[in-house]
Design a binder for this molecule. Structure first.
Ligand code: SF4
Length: 256
């Protein structure tokens, strides 16, 4: 599908959604949202009015922060500096700290920057990142409403697996980041993020689908978008997981 066709499809879908809303339809069935994720080149602004919106000024119920989150995140970034605490500081192009709402109710945590992220300094901007964006949109959010970061802030050479000493050096900054934000729910994307955050050796297929505890915050492990690119059939399971996340956010008072 070329760019013109993609834009036409997006416009057509947006028009269709507007028509539905105007005709009084206040939500889409599960299949429609899954289909939206499945579209390779076009995802409509699949905001479901049934979902609770995420507001930048909503209060977090998590005791361990929220107030002054912006300053908190700035302080963490400042402390990190032009970090060379592990060897990845010598090979990265750009340190990828994180992006999004500093008071987000929902945070996605991935593994480490890839090539595109290393060049741009923004997490999840490559092909897998574009799929994550579609998932986020299908949940009814924009990337600026949630927060996205990685366990490691610097790209491992050739995208190799992170090493234990690199995690040991970098993980404290992720913890400080999450404390500064004070989200209500964390989603760990893929085995590496889930196992690191939960200090577990269980495979993601065993960890996903249920909430775990991360320093008092509910954490939902799910498959990494890069895995979904190779195994599109797993989108259904990811969508099941995201529905639980949406329900959790909605069931906590519908703040925002
Ligand atoms: S990966 Fe983390 S600890 Fe290592 S250099 Fe980058 S920011 Fe520092």
């Amino acid at each position: 599908m070329n760019t013109t066709e993609t834009l036409e499809l997006i416009a057509s879908l947006e028009g269709y959604l507007h028509d539905l809303r105007d005709s009084g339809v206040d939500g889409l069935p599960l299949g429609a949202a899954v289909a939206a994720i499945a579209l390779p080149d076009a995802v409509p602004a699949a905001h479901s009015p049934a979902l609770p919106p995420v507001a930048a000024d909503s209060e977090s119920p998590v005791g361990f922060v929220a107030e002054g989150a912006i300053h908190g995140l700035d302080a963490v970034r400042e402390e990190l500096g032009e970090c060379h605490r592990c060897r990845l500081g010598d090979t990265r192009t750009t340190l990828v700290f994180g992006t999004g709402n500093p008071r987000a109710r929902l945070v996605f945590v991935g593994e480490a920057p890839g090539g595109d992220e290393d060049r741009q300094g923004i997490p999840f901007v490559g092909e897998a990142g574009q799929l994550l964006t579609k998932i986020i949109q299908a949940m009814g959010y924009g990337r600026d409403e949630i927060y996205i970061c990685n366990v490691l802030k610097c790209r491992p050479p050739q995208n190799r697996n992170p090493q234990a000493d690199e995690i040991e050096q970098c993980h404290p900054f992720l913890l400080k980041q999450l404390r500064a934000i004070g989200p209500e729910v964390i989603v760990a994307l893929g085995s590496f993020a889930a196992q690191t955050l939960l200090k577990s050796k269980e495979p993601i297929s065993k960890l996903r689908g249920v909430f775990h505890d991360y320093h008092g915050i509910p954490l939902m492990p799910t498959f990494h978008p890069a895995y979904l690119l190779r195994n599109p059939g797993a989108k259904r399971e990811v969508w099941d997981d995201m529905q639980k996340v949406m329900k959790r956010l909605g069931s906590q008072g519908g703040k925002g």
